[in-house]
Write a protein of this length. Structure first.
Length: 260
């Protein structure tokens, strides 16, 4: 059996070697191997005077720029900022520095953002993207229609005080209506208002847990246990209070209803 196996291996090994040599020989003598490898994808400015070709290249670069700014747009122009801040402060108020983990906090804030912003995105899709894909409107009109629902959402959450301050700093004329407010002024005003609202909710959330910490610290001090960390004793009570009050239901409900 062994001589037969050796003969078979030699036969198939020799055949494989001959096939490899033939393939390498054909590749070496082919015309494609003599020249440089063709590029699969390249973007370059056209040499002619046709403005249409130049506009296509410029649109591609603008699209790449918008895609690179997509994370910032998702964070700053939606409800994500308020939800991420409130959930992070809630974790610190309870005293669990790493529970829930950052991935859970960011994931919950992200999906709550999708839940809140879905009506806005659906309206933009129906009024701007669908007509544009069907060729009913041009690109500029589609962009204006897509921004309208987003601007309405930001106006509902923006304080007049912040909007007036930025309008004054921009030295813009007094607007007669909401349509006269530039988007470049509306966006920072919306962000400032969201930060203020988030910290107000975080403060109201922090107070009950702070009271528990103060009570536990006073009890330990009166008992003479000054070396025992109050956080170690107050953490079970804060967790029990949070669970009994159904804290997740209250916090998520307050966050979502705040954008209704």
């Amino acid at each position: 059996m062994k001589p037969i196996m050796k003969t078979t291996l030699r036969k198939y090994g020799l055949a494989a070697l001959l096939v490899t040599v033939m393939v390498l020989g054909i590749a070496g003598t082919s015309p494609a191997a003599e020249g440089p490898a063709p590029s699969l994808f390249s973007i370059q400015m056209p040499d002619g005077d046709d403005p249409t070709q130049t506009a296509i290249v410029v649109q591609i670069f603008m699209l790449l720029t918008v895609l690179s700014l997509a994370p910032a747009i998702l964070i700053m122009l939606t409800s994500f900022t308020r939800m991420a801040i409130v959930l992070s402060v809630m974790r610190q108020a309870i005293g669990t520095q790493s529970m829930p983990p950052n991935q859970v906090i960011i994931g919950l804030a992200l999906f709550l953002t999708f839940f809140v912003m879905t009506p806005v995105w659906q309206k933009a899709h129906q009024e701007a993207l669908t007509p544009y894909l069907e060729g009913q409107i041009n690109q500029q009109t589609a962009l204006t229609r897509a921004m309208a629902p987003v601007r309405d959402f930001m106006f509902k959450q923006t304080r007049e005080k912040d909007l007036a301050m930025l309008m004054e700093m921009a030295k813009a004329p007094r607007p007669k209506g909401l349509d006269d407010v530039p988007t470049t002024v509306l966006i920072p005003a919306f962000i400032i208002s969201e930060l203020k609202t988030a910290f107000q909710m975080a403060f109201m959330l922090y107070v009950p847990f702070l009271i528990i910490d103060m009570v536990v610290a006073s009890v330990l001090l009166s008992m003479g246990m000054m070396m025992l960390p109050p956080v170690m004793i107050s953490l079970p009570f804060k967790l029990m209070l949070f669970v009994l009050a159904d804290g997740w239901h209250l916090i998520v409900g307050s966050l979502v209803k705040g954008f209704a």
